[in-house]
Design a protein around this ligand. Structure first.
Ligand code: NAD
Length: 332
């Protein structure tokens, strides 16, 4: 298959990025978006084999080799199922899989054809961070701290943040769902936890119906304690993961693009610097999609429906804890 033909559903920021990357990897691109201007923007970046404003017409066409879903989260499940009903092809579905775990579980019957886009899993520094932790570089792990803080108005400078799906709870916006990236990374690094306590709130004057500030405390049966802070308010933006273990502290700071280690007796951090750019994580996901489309076996896939359901189980537990004011036990 020289030039796989990929249909991209949702030609917004992530959809156009995937289209750009897939074109650069030799693919032919078609697009579906209910907004004509978005289709125009996608076409201005490179040729579209076809473009559609109606899903039925898009899926009624033939000759696709694979699919990318980059619409707002509330549409992901129905769109995966609509594709799977007509085309036996692989689908790269952007994160989160849906807005609740129950909704996401509807994808279990077609899980064998879905690659999930929690793209930080393809980000080389985080693969390395996980490897170094798993190699026992800082000994028994005691705490993990995730921070993601980025003002929503800065995310898409080309549009009013109020008009972006992130502002809208019903469409799957908000810090908890969107930054479930970091919940996924916690599960990827540390496995399944025992208990969560969370506050999921809207505390700022941002004109949004979704949450903008989330604090989560997580307990593991092993004794590991995790703290996740996610907000849509911070400037300058900050994304970091800090692990403390019996033998030192290992941190990854996105803004520095470096892993830093400090051990007892050391005066300063030892740094492992990286030169990769953010787009590489999306290219990694696109390459895996293409390997799957071409019949290669990426088994197991880097990020699966089961991973997406698990992240949403934790999201659900956070909402429940926040509403009740109590900790919530997690069953695997
Ligand atoms: N993996 C990552 O790091 C990453 C980064 C950015 C976005 N995303 C994900 O990608 C998805 C889209 O985010 P975005 O930032 O591109 O948003 P966006 O608002 O820029 O784009 C969404 C597009 O979907 C279109 N749309 C609306 N309803 C639709 C429907 N029913 N079917 C198809 N398209 C529809 C909109 O017109 C818009 O063009 C979200 O799930 C988001 O979480 C992931």
């Amino acid at each position: 298959m020289d030039s796989p033909h990929i249909l991209v559903l949702g030609a917004g920021s992530a959809g156009k990025r995937h289209a750009r990357n897939l074109r650069a990897l030799g693919c032919l691109i078609s697009a579906f978006d209910p907004r004509e201007d978005r289709l125009g923007e996608a076409a201005a970046e490179g040729p579209l084999i076809s473009s559609h404003m109606k899903l039925d017409a898009a899926l009624g066409a033939h000759g696709y080799d694979g699919f990318v879903i980059a619409s707002p989260p509330v549409f992901h499940v129905d769109q995966v199922l609509a594709i799977a009903a007509r085309h036996e092809r692989w689908i790269l579905c952007e994160k989160p899989l849906s807005v609740t775990a129950a909704e996401a579980r509807r994808l279990e019957p077609v899980a064998g054809r879905v690659l999930l886009g929690y793209t930080y899993r393809w980000w080389p520094p985080l693969g390395r961070f996980r490897e170094r932790l798993q190699a026992g570089e800082i000994g028994t792990l005691h705490t993990l701290r995730f921070v993601m803080s980025a003002h929503l108005a800065d995310w898409h400078p080309w549009e009013r943040y109020q008009d972006f799906f992130m502002a809208n709870r019903e469409q799957g916006g908000g810090a908890l769902l969107d930054e479930s990236h970091f919940i996924d990374l916690m599960l990827w690094i540390a496995g399944w936890p025992a208990k969560v306590y969370a506050q999921v709130e809207k505390i700022s004057s941002l004109e949004i119906s979704a949450d903008d500030n989330v604090d989560i405390l997580v307990s593991y049966a092993s004794g590991l304690r995790v703290n996740l802070h996610l907000d849509l308010l911070g400037r300058p933006h900050e994304r970091s993961i800090t692990a403390t273990g019996e033998g030192g502290t290992l941190a990854y700071v996105y803004e520095e693009n470096a892993i830093k280690l400090c051990r007892e007796g050391a005066a300063d951090w030892q740094r492992e610097a990286f030169t990769c750019e953010r787009n590489e994580m999306f290219v990694g996901a696109a390459k895996e999609l293409l390997a799957l489309v071409r019949g290669g076996s990426e088994s197991p896939v880097t990020c699966s429906v089961a991973d997406g359901v698990r992240a949403l189980q934790v999201v659900d537990a956070c909402r429940e804890s926040s509403a009740s004011g109590r900790a919530v036990l997690l069953t695997p």
